[in-house]
Design a protein around this ligand. Sequence first.
Ligand code: SF4
Length: 469
Amino acid sequence: MTASINSCRVSVKGDYQRIYGDEPCGAAAISLVSRVKRFLEMWTIDNKFRDGLTEGIPCQAASDLNLDSEDFRPLWDPECRVDEPSKVLNQYVSFCNEKLLMRDRMRDLDGRPDHAVFRQWRQRQINRFFRQADIRVASAVVHAPFSVELNQGCSVGCWFCGVDAPKLGDIFSYTDENKLLWKDLLRSLHQSIGFGAKSGFCYWATDPLDNPDYEKFIQDFKNEFGRFPQTTTAQPLKHLERVRDLLRMTSGAEKTINRFSVLSINSMRQIHQNFTPEELIHVELVPQNREALAVKANAGRARGKFKQSALADQETSSGTIACVSGFLINMVRGSIKLITPVPASDQWPLGYQVFGEEFFTDSQSFDAACQKLFGKMKIRLFPDDQISIDSDFECVLAGAQIFLRQNKFTVKLSEANDFTLLSSLVELLTTSPLTVLETVIRLEGIATPPVTIHLIDSLFRAGILNYDG
Ligand code: SF4
């Protein structure tokens, strides 16, 4: 969704400074990266700015930022290729790559629960979503283990809201009683999920800044997990001094990457007027205005609007902005749901599947609710469970290796070494859904039940089997 992601099609050669490394980064590199970032924000968000560049009109914004836009032309001109990237290009692309690596690390390592069942369930959801969604959408989803809503609803009311946030209602204030409950919940999540709990965050169908005590809640989060959670707000201009303090608070050694949703070109200009490029080096501007070079996720309110208009044809099936495979907690309602991202559908219009919901009033009932939801994390199939495989899957033999292929998605199963069994299983389950028991019986002429069950289990864990749970 950001200019920085696209820029990574350029290869890096030569020296660059790490912005997120352990060593402090020089002020010159930070300034250079933040100014290029600002230029690309204008290019992504402002159509007139893009038109001017394309038509070759001398770029005043580049001069104002003390940049020569030709030095990094491949970042904004899709036709431009270079053999020898400039120093500016190298530095900026390496900055983007660092952020992409941190995102991948959060999904594959830092966000992994210690809780064995949770870990296995979450990994199956990650595998399944990579298969179902557009690769760029799937790569961007970190599958955080939990998120917490500190309000009921949102005051902003965006027409496209991918999670269809209701109007702002009650707010969970930082009272003495609520503070104790909050700290107990964080401790409980830390104990039950483990190290990966630090990848949680504190908003969903809410704007965090609607809660006047938000900063107090995330300070407790930092005290429990050792890091501040990411903050995404559409209201940086409404709360300028608060946001400035929040950025200072979260930009310490850990350099939390926060996000501003940009609802109009004018908002972007005001954000640029109020914050220096360097102040926003760790803040991604998420373009949400109509003129921006970004496709809206086909989920929530946007899905409803797209359905009413011809825009529906332009959207992909990868519609979701959900990024949690785990618990969605609402402190006002005292509710906790188990969810995972899915492409939005009539069944799951908000782009996430809900496996169950429990309620709590205190830390004991919160623990009990979590235990019930851990019990809904399915990690093995039973004989009566109905399974199927998408009809466009095929089994391919290349030399001695067996692959399963679906469109551009290819997977090699280390457990599968019997081509006849795997291809028969795929043919059977792509034709019609069957129970596990029926599948085993139908394949008895090819393999013994334990061998078939082992293969079914491998496909289940790899997220290849369709199973509604
Ligand atoms: S997109 Fe975010 S800011 Fe906009 S209505 Fe939804 S939750 Fe609120």
